[in-house]
Design a protein around this ligand. Structure first.
Ligand code: ATP
Length: 357
């Protein structure tokens, strides 16, 4: 397994085009499970292709354990890859498919057998080992592809490019769990590209969120949820995402529509110092019906209340902006207005997309 370093790494597909990947530096630890998460066109595949050696970057370096591999072809990088669609040999048995990457490297047959059995067990393929791959479902074939990617112990990293796309949604959660288990058991370095936040958050220890060619935040799922460092992270992660409301900085607090929310003076000076328009961010999970002793209270016009089983999703309007709040499953609202409270410590402020307080 290898520590992967990206040093001032950037890419332009042609000198007259803007950067598809903005120059940036990152370090990914040996044995970590990283997900590259972001919408279509944000640069995930470009970055993955640079790491795998399919693409030589226009700027910067890729290092595996300190060694510069930027210009090394894929086959000399000692990586395994799993793609969106199964890459297996239909005429071979499941066992031979799983054994292929090991036999290719002249691993002794006894070791091949034990390793294939170990991987087959984790992926629930033990009962299929003697079957020809051609007779299997698309899901099982992709399971074999995953197994082929994970079977070697000596790879620097395993790269996954949206590997669960062809998998039925009912089976996806199971495979996600299996992947997580494989990572915990085998301690492989994994890099996993996806645009699906659930996939990224359940699989990875560290989620690398990309937006317009840049990594806007990298951290454990909880940090991305609790402290988004960029408005894009707040908006993209969560369902629904963070509420983002333009506000004004006043003497005693921030003004939101016709309310003044009291904010600590050091926060206020930080907001003022930016000289930029300020956006207040609060997740729907951290808004509730106001109680007598709440400090951050405002009155909103009720738009609708949807019963979503385990909670009720309130959409309310405040000063021309819509706001979402996840209220308790039994919450009733019989009035056109509701007093809502923001949980102290959960309110974030952003200038130019970046968190400032
Ligand atoms: P998707 O999830 O749709 O694959 P992505 O996040 O992987 O998107 P990339 O495919 O890396 O994004 O694309 C990043 C940017 O680079 C996009 O603006 C895309 O249009 C552009 N791009 C990708 N490949 C090329 C190419 N061969 N030539 C020119 N521009 C390209």
């Amino acid at each position: 397994m290898a520590r992967i370093e990206l040093v001032n790494l950037g890419h332009r597909y042609a000198s007259h085009l803007p950067y598809a990947l903005q120059p940036q530096s990152l370090v990914w630890d040996d044995g970590g499970a990283y997900a590259l998460l972001g919408p279509s066109g944000c640069g995930k595949t470009t970055l993955l292709n640079i790491i795998s050696g399919l693409l030589i970057p226009s700027d910067g370096q890729v290092r595996f354990d300190g060694q510069d591999v930027t210009r090394l072809p894929t086959e000399q990088r000692n990586i395994a890859q799993v793609f969106q669609f199964p890459v297996i040999y239909d005429t071979m048995t499941v066992f031979d498919n799983l054994a292929f990457p090991l036999r290719n490297r002249k691993v002794p047959e006894r070791e091949v057998k034990s390793r294939v059995q170990e991987i087959a067990e984790i992926l629930d393929l033990t009962g299929e080992l003697k079957r020809r791959a051609s007779g299997l479902s698309a899901e099982d074939k992709q399971r074999i592809s995953l197994g082929r990617g994970l079977v070697r112990k000596d790879v620097a990293a395993v790269l996954f490019d949206e590997p669960l796309t062809v998998i039925d949604p009912h089976v996806k959660w199971l495979l996600r769990r299996q992947l997580k288990r494989i990572h915990q058991q085998l301690k492989l370095s994994l890099v996993y590209v996806t645009h699906d936040q659930v996939e990224a958050l359940t699989f990875a220890d560290q989620v690398v969120v990309m937006y317009e060619g840049q990594v806007v935040q990298s951290g454990p799922p909880q940090a991305l949820f609790e402290t988004p460092e960029h408005t894009f992270v707040g908006h993209f992660i969560g369902s629904p995402g963070m509420n983002l409301l333009p506000c004004d900085v006043a003497e005693q607090g921030v003004r939101l529509a016709d309310h003044t929310l009291p904010i600590a003076t050091d926060h206020l000076s930080r907001l003022r110092a930016t000289g930029q328009p300020i956006t207040l961010g609060i997740r729907p999970e951290f808004i509730r019906r106001a109680q007598a002793d709440d400090a951050l209270v405002l009155t909103a016009q009720v738009h609708r209340l949807e019963d979503l089983g385990t909670y009720r999703l309130l959409t309310a309007q405040i000063g021309g902006h819509l706001l979402s709040a996840k209220l308790g499953e039994h919450e009733q609202i019989d009035t056109p207005q509701i007093r809502l409270a923001f949980e102290p410590g959960r309110v974030m402020f952003y200038a130019n997309g970046q968190r400032v307080a």
